[in-house]
Design a protein around this ligand. Structure first.
Ligand SMILES: [Zn+2]
Length: 80
């Protein structure tokens, strides 16, 4: 049986209607909210290629800054 949501993957179990990937999507939606997930997908995917590169860089930069900050905070805590 194919997934009722994406229609491309097979369902996780015989009685299930969704595939494993769509179940994960559902979890993300319930964690972050459908609007947020949708706007991220639209911002990242539905743009022209140059803008897409910039967006990905921006997303990564945000992620790296957060990690750097966490590392620094940890180091400071260790040195005390
Ligand atoms: Zn699916």
């Amino acid at each position: 049986m194919s997934c009722r949501f994406c229609l491309t993957e097979s369902t996780e179990s015989y009685f299930g209607s969704w595939c494993a990937r769509c179940h994960r999507l559902q979890r993300l939606i319930s964690l972050f909210g459908g609007d947020k997930v949708m706007s991220i997908l639209e911002n990242v995917l539905i743009v022209d290629k140059d803008t897409q590169k910039e967006k990905i860089k921006e997303e990564l930069k945000g992620e790296l800054t957060t990690r750097e900050y966490n590392l620094r905070a940890r180091k400071e805590a260790d040195s005390k």
